[in-house]
Ligand binder design. Structure first.
Ligand code: I6G
Length: 675
């Protein structure tokens, strides 16, 4: 029998295992174990370390936050200066760069380059001594940076300890700290909800996060690190190509950009640039260009530096995603639910690869938060496929003639009153479906792909049909005839036939889609599906009280209130009646009650499961209708026995209660579609 490991051995084992899991999760994006298993090991390590504080080492995965106290921002001199890169802005400038290199090297042959995306973040330097992270610094002025070690330690994709063996005793890894787009959006949302100042872009957010004195704040920010160069500070040897150096960094546990590639000669570099430009908006992080580096380190040494930049590297920039422009006017658009949205009309500006002349200002609170006025010079940002936004006002450029923006008292489309309920950011037109703007938007929503999916009924035709008063409610769509449509300019016989057929084909939607198509405020696709599954028929939803509605998963008091309000309005009841008369027949759904195969049964969970926490397993059983109890009796329907199950398992055996082990349980949940 093998001996139980000592506390010191177990701590080391757990540290190594967790470091390995972190590497797979944060660097390779390929988790090795479920979160529950990771959490269990992490807790075990925390408990062991709290019982044996003398065995806690600074590179333990539990010591990322706070182990070295506050971030000091003390000055740190770079052993090797952190230089900047020269920029190129056109294919010609890159071609000139390549020519200069070949002239200096006196060669006509194509040079091998490494092409790396230029992440829009902050350059940092990390020092490792005997494999342990000892200090981290910002670039600063290139010669002296700031000590940000405590904050850097909180970034999970930065190893506190290098992986494997064979790394130099003293090595510096440089790279970029950056924030993923969706982490940035979530962070800004959180800040905005709290009324705090938001960040203009992911780069600013990353900089602000690294500038925190308290590393606990940095730890909550979704930062990442990607390495782009290594420098050995002792006598050991590096591979002789930049590409192979980065492979080494990867072996030591760093994230290296997966888009990196080699190019032979300038033409392949230009191809790499254009390929990456096409991908730019789809990447989960922002990049502002592509960096080309001569691959052979001996050639790099030969080429050397000019003033503060290497001669062997250049950044070819993409079009900027932020530009300055002027707010010429602000207009208000009316949406499906009557929301009156301010839209800034801008002096056209080329940003993010397109000419932008409008940007949303979201709502009156946003206008207040930004303190934007007509005539102001603003930062407009267009990144990815997100609609252009005004993100900052340049107050110093505000002209005396700048005008404040007022929310209109009446709807700019139908003239009905606009109201802004106390405490709400959104102002609304009270015109309902009398307002052509709301009517058009509600028809667009009804016909949209995720609702009734009426192909061919696009914005253009909806505008015409509403403006010509051929459609006053969605029910009118079902009375359109080919002959009526043929009267419309540019509507051919075939298109008219197709549209009438598409409308006809939408007559038997599943209830969930139909509920979504009605456009009830706060009822998105998933809530609509939950309502359909819970109530089964439209009548049951229409008759449900707010209390009954609140028993549906995802339906809280606000949503329940909106649903009741919608069905209480007589014009909505009339439209549903007209739809019914026109032959629209939504299909009833099997309700959750009918789909609860464990209704009336009592289940017991014992021992620990690796795939689910106790609460997650309980939630799933309850969704299938079971009651989950803490004790076994002859009335127990089934006991799920995880690892190290004890007396409850014995009791289940003695009472001849059905027992499932973890793999049977997981298979059962999969069969039921709730795994
Ligand atoms: O600022 C930089 C960003 C990215 C760099 C850089 C880089 O490579 C992908 N590489 C070097 C050599 C330097 N700055 C100086």
């Amino acid at each position: 029998m093998s001996k139980a490991p000592s506390a010191a051995e177990r701590i080391r084992q757990l540290q190594d295992q967790i470091n390995d899991y972190n590497y797979h999760y944060y660097v390779l994006d390929d988790p090795k174990v479920p979160d529950a298993e990771y959490d269990r090991l992490f807790r075990e390590l925390q408990e062991l370390e709290s019982r044996h504080p003398d065995l806690v080492s600074p590179d333990s995965p539990t010591q990322r936050v706070g182990a070295t106290g506050e971030t000091t921002f003390d000055e740190i001199e770079h052993r090797v200066p952190m230089l900047s890169l020269d920029n190129a802005f056109s294919d010609e400038e890159l071609t000139d760069f390549d020519r200069r290199i070949r002239d200096r090297l006196k060669t006509a042959d194509g040079i091998e380059y490494v092409c790396e995306p230029k992440l829009d973040g902050l350059a940092v330097s990390l020092h490792y001594e005997h494999g342990k992270l000892t200090r981290a610094a910002t670039r600063g002025d290139g010669y002296t940076g700031e000590d940000i070690t405590a904050n850097i330690r909180t970034i999970q994709s930065i190893p506190l300890k290098l992986r494997g063996q064979g790394y130099p005793d003293l090595v510096e890894v440089r790279g970029e700290v950056y924030m993923l787009r969706d982490g940035f959006e979530k962070l800004n949302h959180r800040l905005a909800v709290r009324g705090d100042k938001t960040f203009v872009n992911p780069r600013n957010a990353a900089a602000g996060s690294l500038r925190q004195k308290n590393p606990k704040v940095t730890a909550r920010r979704p930062l990442q690190f990607c390495g782009y160069s290594i420098a050995v500070l002792d006598e050991s040897q590096l591979p002789d190509k930049h590409w192979d150096c980065l492979r080494k960094a990867k072996e030591w546990g760093f994230r290296i950009n997966p888009e990196m590639r080699k190019a032979q000669g300038v033409d392949e570099c230009l191809n790499a640039y254009h390929d990456l430009e096409d991908k730019r908006d789809k990447l989960p992080y922002e990049i502002d260009g592509i960096v080309f580096k001569v691959n052979r380190l001996d050639l790099q040494r030969q080429l050397g530096f000019i003033s503060r930049a290497p001669r062997w590297a250049i950044a070819l920039k993409f079009p900027a995603q932020e530009e300055l422009t002027v707010v010429e006017d602000v207009e208000f658009q009316v949406g499906r639910t009557g929301a009156v949205t301010p839209v800034a009309r801008l002096t056209p500006v080329f940003v993010g690869g397109v000419t932008v002349s409008n940007a949303t200002l979201h709502n009156m609170d946003e206008i207040e938060r930004l303190d934007v006025r007509i005539g102001d010079t603003v930062f407009v940002r267009r990144a990815g496929d997100v609609i252009p936004q005004v993100v900052k006002v340049v107050k110093e450029k505000r002209p005396d003639s700048a005008r404040t923006i007022e929310c209109p008292a009446t709807c700019p489309v139908c003239g009905s009153d606009v109201v802004r309920p106390e405490g709400e950011a959104v102002a609304r037109c009270t015109g309902g479906l009398y307002c052509p703007a709301q009517l058009k938007e509600s028809i667009r929503h009804y016909a949209s792909r995720r609702a009734l999916d009426i192909e061919g009924l696009g914005e253009k035709w909806i505008d015409i049909l509403v403006d010509k008063k051929m459609v006053r409610t969605v029910a009118d769509l079902y009375h359109l005839k080919v002959e009526d449509l043929r009267q419309l300019e540019r509507m051919g016989e075939k298109s008219a036939n197709n549209l009438v057929n598409a409308i006809e084909d939408s007559k038997a939607p599943p209830l969930g889609r139909f509920l979504y198509a009605l456009g009830i405020r706060e009822v998105g696709e998933s809530t609509a599906k939950s309502l359909a599954r819970h109530f089964g028929t439209l009548e049951a939803v229409m008759e449900a009280s707010e209390e009954e509605l609140k028993t549906v998963s995802d339906v809280g008091p606000v949503v329940a209130g909106q649903i009741r309000k919608f069905f209480d309005q007589s014009h909505n009841q009339e439209i549903i009646d007209e739809l019914r008369k026109a032959g629209v027949a939504w299909q009833s759904e099997e309700t959750d009650q009918k789909r609860q195969p464990l209704a009336g049964q009592t289940w017991v969970l014992t021992g620990s499961l690796s795939a689910y926490s106790r609460d997650e397993a309980k939630e799933r059983l309850e969704a299938l209708g079971a009651r989950v109890s803490g004790s076994v009796s002859s009335k127990t329907s089934c006991v799920v026995a995880g690892e190290a199950a004890g007396s409850k398992l014995d009791k289940a055996r003695s009472q001849e209660v059905e027992i499932m082990d973890e793999s049977q349980f997981v298979a059962f949940l999969e069969e039921q579609g709730v795994a």
